[in-house]
Design a binder for this molecule. Structure first.
Ligand code: FEO
Length: 394
């Protein structure tokens, strides 16, 4: 994709990665992604904001050539992760006069990760500005979205917020701006769930910090741009500030049908009590969908069979992931089955220390579930529904 003009002298010069299906060897990308890089030609200085994943650096340099850019004064590195910084060394080869502008923490990371010489940097403090002549860049620290060094860059005269990962979405599209709000909301929520949710309380502070800034366009470094910034800012506000909802997330695995039968039973019992359930068979599910469901859920019920006396490895993986994502869960329970003995409950509870949730009485069935097991599941469903109601989770 060739450069695209946002406004006079402001261009998108990034790359669209239609085919990428996995990020960090972990996160599914069903819709691909993009690495948005931006070029601003001020009356005195030319600036590149973020670069692209190193696998696509040739596209970025071709875009700069297309715009006949002979010199770059500053490369703004909002974030040190390589999908935005990885092409900085190649840009510096082509434009050795360019100075990398970033936070002090980001500078250290870029030296560690990319071996950029220390002399190539200037660091900026929170709210510091740089003049490009007729345009002014203001740097606003927004730490932990989702690394400690992150900042955003605000172009004052044009009211554009270059937000890097913040407000981004893994979505490959030829639309420069959001046209399909439903699709973007889903992609941005998936993105939030997978990398921002662990820092929810810091995200709240960063959102508050941006309040009062007049923003016409949010230009993230993944996915389409927002010409209606309030759309994504409101969504982020809901995801990070709101109480959980009357939702149970139920990730499970079943080997011979016993755990599946228990899952089916409790799902039905919860639905009868007007609780929404999002059920995920971990042997086939897109783990990103489960992460999204955890954004709003009040309760997780984990379903596991017993394998070699412990939880099924698929379930242990999901528990470790949920623990890392730190959703705002209030209640946890475990259901499942075993043949002759099981340590699955103790094992799973030990895997989720970050989840500050009340553990509700688990239900494990010996062999295929029987009447006493169904009664215990019915009881568990009743407790969950009651707890949600008492706490006002609607
Ligand atoms: Fe898109 Fe944290 O990098």
């Amino acid at each position: 994709m060739k450069p695209r003009e946002l406004k006079p002298d402001i261009f998108w010069v990034g790359a669209i990665d239609w085919d990428r299906r996995l990020f960090d060897a972990l996160i599914p990308l069903p819709d691909g992604t993009s690495y948005n890089s931006y070029l601003i030609k001020g009356s005195e200085k030319t600036v590149l904001i973020d670069t692209v994943d190193p696998t696509m650096q040739e596209i970025l340099t071709a875009n700069l050539s297309e715009l006949k850019i002979n010199s770059i004064d500053y490369i703004i590195a909002n974030h040190a992760e390589q999908d935005h910084s990885g092409a900085i060394p190649q840009i510096l080869e082509k434009y050795p006069e360019a100075i990398v502008v970033c936070t002090p923490k980001c500078k250290n990371m870029l030296i560690d990760l990319l071996m950029i010489p220390e002399t190539q940097f200037i660091t900026v403090s929170d709210k510091e500005t740089i003049s490009l002549g007729d345009k002014t860049l203001e740097f606003i620290y927004t730490p932990w979205v989702h690394w400690p060094e992150t900042m955003v860059t605000y172009l004052r005269e044009d009211k554009i917020l270059f937000s890097c990962d913040f407000f981004g979405s893994h979505l490959a599209t030829t639309d420069l701006y959001v046209t399909n709000k439903g699709q973007t909301d889903e992609a941005a929520k998936r993105y939030y769930a997978e990398i921002m949710m662990p820092f929810r309380t810091i995200i709240q502070k960063n959102l508050e910090k941006l309040e009062g800034l007049k923003i016409d366009i949010i230009a993230p470094s993944h996915g389409p741009l927002y010409s209606e910034p309030e759309f994504i800012m409101k969504a982020y506000h809901h995801w990070s500030f709101d109480d959980p909802k009357n939702i149970v997330v139920l990730p499970y695995t079943s080997m011979h049908g016993s755990t599946r039968k228990m899952v089916e039973y409790i799902v039905s019992a919860l639905v009868q009590r007007s609780v929404t359930v999002k059920q995920f068979d971990l042997s086939v599910t897109d783990i990103g969908k489960m992460a999204m469901a955890l954004v709003d859920a009040a309760t997780v019920v984990i379903g596991t069979p017993t394998v070699l006396t412990g939880a099924h490895p698929n379930v242990a993986y999901a528990a470790i992931l949920a623990n890392a994502l730190r959703p705002n869960l209030k209640f946890i329970s475990i259901i499942g089955s075993y043949g002759w003995g099981s340590k699955a409950i103790d094992q799973l509870v030990a895997l989720v220390p970050n989840l500050k949730a009340e553990i509700l009485e688990p239900v494990l069935s010996k062999g295929f579930p029987e009447e006493t097991d169904f009664k215990a599941l019915e009881n568990l469903a009743g407790i969950i529904a009651q707890k949600h109601k008492e706490n006002g989770y609607n």
